[in-house]
Every structure is written in structure tokens, then in C-alpha cells.
Ligand binder design. Structure first.
Ligand SMILES: *[C@@H]1O[C@H](CO)[C@@H](O)[C@H](O)[C@H]1NC(C)=O
Ligand SMILES: *[C@@H]1O[C@H](CO)[C@@H](O)[C@H](O)[C@H]1NC(C)=O
Length: 354
């Protein structure tokens, strides 16, 4: 009995050792497949970071650990070199090679990259505030269909300590001066505190902006505190406004897509089979056996844009056909043959088409 107990303990401790050697499973932490591309990693991180932030999970004693695991997982899987090393030999290996820069510290500035505002909305109403910046982000229909991350490199002014002091928190105060027996004077004067001096220094920062699937033209995303700084108060916000660029083949109306296809008169009459290349490159098969007249429109269910609120819902794709007539002249023989085949009596309906 004693021996068995002993064995069990040895086995258990072996298991523990193995686990710590292998390190954390970053794929599991981010809940992405091994084959996930960088966009998918960023997307998963961005979602989970909002969900798992310790400020939002004050009841969970493990919140901070979970958040740090998430940071480490993102740091490694979003970087091709680190990811390759990690895939080869795990987290321990990365640490040995000194490749864990941030040590997964989720509170390091590196996490400013997505413009998160983790501090909550503790903005004071009357504190001075820098201006908001509105930025138009021109995106293609392809990006709105599949989703993408856009990197914005900018010079962000950051406050840094400087030598000396400066006047701050200035306000008006009434002071009383004694001018002699029974005589006072009250005057108003500006009183300031002495604060450590600061200066604004430009730092090059990359902001990652997610173009989410199904976003619509004109949609705005607010990045709190990423706008213009204010030396005595809060920075303004950055507002990114989506501008959908026109597409050469598709027209979007809400979640539906429209496209035009020109077919030959021959195909229009005898039927055809073709494929329409979609925004992400997948092919939509189109087959017709019946006659297709100019202006005919078919609907491909679910081949439209993903809905922004619920990506599981998709619009439709409408294909309108145009028929190209042959330019060559027909012989008398061909004409007779065609007449026989089509067997269509003359219509010659004259009407006002307007
Ligand atoms: C399809 O053709 C119609 C008529 O010529 C045009 O108004 C429409 O913009 C075209 N659609 C696309 C997606 O090019
Ligand atoms: C979308 O579909 C997935 C899997 O089919 C499901 O887990 C998820 O809850 C759905 N999302 C919504 C918003 O319905």
C-alpha cells in the first residue's frame, strides 16, 4: 500500500514537471487553431482581452493570471519568429532564447497597440481635454467581407517628465489683506500649484485597427484617449470612420451584393455553367439550363456580405445578366436554319419605352 502511494506521488510529480517544462498552451489560451493566421490571432486576442480584463472580472481571483497568459499568448503567436520557435520547442525554449520581451506583462505599453481603454470611464467631467481626431479609413469591399487589421503608424505625442516645475491647477481665490486696525481688503488672485514639469515628446506608435466583417460605410469606432493630448488633462479620442471604396465588380446595398455578368447569345439560348469569383476568392457556381434573357436576375442565397452584428447571417448575391449578340453576318442558309429552330413569329411591338 505504502509503495503504491509512493509510486502515485512520483508519477504525479513527473506529470507536473512535464507540464511546467512544456509551458503554457498559447493556442488553447487564445482559442485558435494551430493553423490560424495572424489576423485570426489578432482577432481572438482583441475579443478575449476585452472579456478577460481584470477590471471587468473583480470576482475572479485568477483574473490577473488569465490576463497575463493571454498577453503572453498574443505576444508569441502574433510574431512569426517567436511563433516558429514556440511551435518547435515550447515556451521554455523561448525564454531560454530571450524571446519573451514583455514577459507577457499585459500592462506594458505594448498593449496600447489596439487602442484599448482598460482604465474604464473614469473621465472627470470638468478636466480639460484634448481635441478628438476624426480619421477616415478607406477600406475595400474585400476587407469588409473577410475582416482585416490595418496598421496605422503615427507620431503620438506622449507626456514625459522634464526638469523644473510648472504652474498647474490654476484657480481664482479670494484673499484678505489686513490694511490696519479695522480695515481689510479682499482681492481676487490667481493661485497655482507647482507641478513637476512635463513635455510632450513625439513617439512613433503603431495602432492596430480592426476592420470587422460586415462593417458599413460611415461606421465609427472610438479609440479612447488616442486623440490629441492635453498637458493639464485628458487626451481626446481618436474616431476612425470607415469609408467603403467602390469595387469594380460588386455593388453593395446593406448586406446584399450585386454584380453583372455578360454572356453570349449562344449561352443565353442553350444554357451554361460558370463561376463567379467572390471577394475572398471562393467560386460561386452559376448554372442555367433555361433561356436567359437580357436583364434576367438570379439570386444566390447567403452569398452576400456577413452581417456586422451577427456574422452568421449573410445577405444575398444578385447576378444580373447581359447578353452579347454575335457581330458576324449570317449566311442565308444559317438564317433559314435559325428561323426553323427558333420558330418565333415576328412581334414588332412598337411601344413607348420611357
Ligand atoms: C450593373 O449594370 C447596371 C446597368 O448598366 C449598372 O447600373 C450597375 O452599376 C452595374 N453593377 C455593377 C456592380 O457594376
Ligand atoms: C454563430 O454560429 C456559431 C457556430 O455555429 C455559434 O457558436 C454562435 O453562437 C453563432 N453566433 C450568433 C451571434 O448567433
Amino acid at each position: 500500500m505504502q509503495l503504491i502511494k509512493c509510486l502515485v506521488i512520483v508519477q504525479l510529480s513527473l506529470l507536473l514537471v512535464e507540464e511546467s517544462l512544456a509551458g503554457r498552451d498559447f493556442y488553447k489560451i487564445l482559442n485558435v487553431k494551430k493553423s490560424a493566421n495572424t489576423n485570426e490571432v489578432k482577432k481572438a486576442y482583441r475579443r478575449l482581452a476585452k472579456e478577460l480584463h481584470p477590471d471587468k472580472n473583480k470576482d475572479d481571483p485568477d483574473a490577473s493570471t488569465k490576463f497575463q497568459d493571454l498577453g503572453a499568448a498574443y505576444e508569441v503567436l502574433s510574431n512569426p519568429d517567436k511563433r516558429k520557435t514556440y511551435d518547435r520547442c515550447g515556451e521554455e525554449c523561448l525564454k531560454k532564447e530571450g524571446m519573451m520581451d514583455h514577459g507577457g506583462d499585459p500592462f506594458s505599453s505594448f498593449f496600447g497597440d489596439f487602442g484599448f481603454n482598460f482604465g474604464g470611464d473614469g473621465q472627470q467631467q470638468d478636466a480639460p481635454r484634448g481635441a478628438d481626431i476624426v480619421m477616415d479609413l478607406y477600406v475595400s469591399l474585400e476587407e469588409l467581407y473577410s475582416g482585416n487589421f490595418v496598421e496605422i503608424v503615427r507620431n503620438k505625442p506622449v507626456t514625459k517628465p522634464a526638469s523644473g516645475t510648472r504652474k498647474c491647477n490654476c484657480r481664482q481665490e479670494m484673499v484678505t489683506r489686513n490694511l490696519g486696525p479695522g480695515r481689510f481688503q479682499m482681492i481676487q488672485q490667481t493661485v497655482c500649484d507647482e507641478c513637476p514639469n512635463v513635455k510632450l515628446v513625439n513617439e512613433e506608435r503603431t495602432l492596430e485597427i480592426e476592420v470587422e466583417q460586415g462593417m458599413v460605410d460611415g461606421q465609427e469606432t472610438r479609440f479612447v484617449a488616442e486623440g490629441e493630448p492635453h498637458i493639464d488633462g485628458e487626451p481626446g479620442d481618436l474616431i476612425v470612420r470607415v469609408q467603403q471604396m467602390p469595387h469594380p465588380r460588386f455593388l453593395r446595398k446593406n448586406d446584399d451584393l450585386y454584380t453583372n455578368v455578360t454572356i453570349s447569345l449562344q449561352d443565353a439560348l442553350v444554357g451554361f455553367s460558370m463561376e463567379v469569383k467572390h471577394l475572398d476568392g471562393h467560386l460561386v457556381p452559376v448554372t442555367r439550363e433555361k433561356v436567359t434573357w437580357p436583364g434576367a436576375r438570379i439570386r444566390k442565397k447567403g452569398e452576400g456580405m456577413p452581417n456586422f452584428e451577427n456574422n452568421n447571417l449573410t445577405g444575398n448575391l444578385y447576378i444580373t445578366f447581359d447578353v452579347e449578340f454575335p457581330k458576324k453576318d449570317l449566311t442565308e442558309e444559317d438564317k433559314e436554319a435559325l428561323k426553323k429552330i427558333l420558330d418565333q413569329s415576328s412581334i414588332n411591338r412598337i411601344y413607348n419605352g420611357l
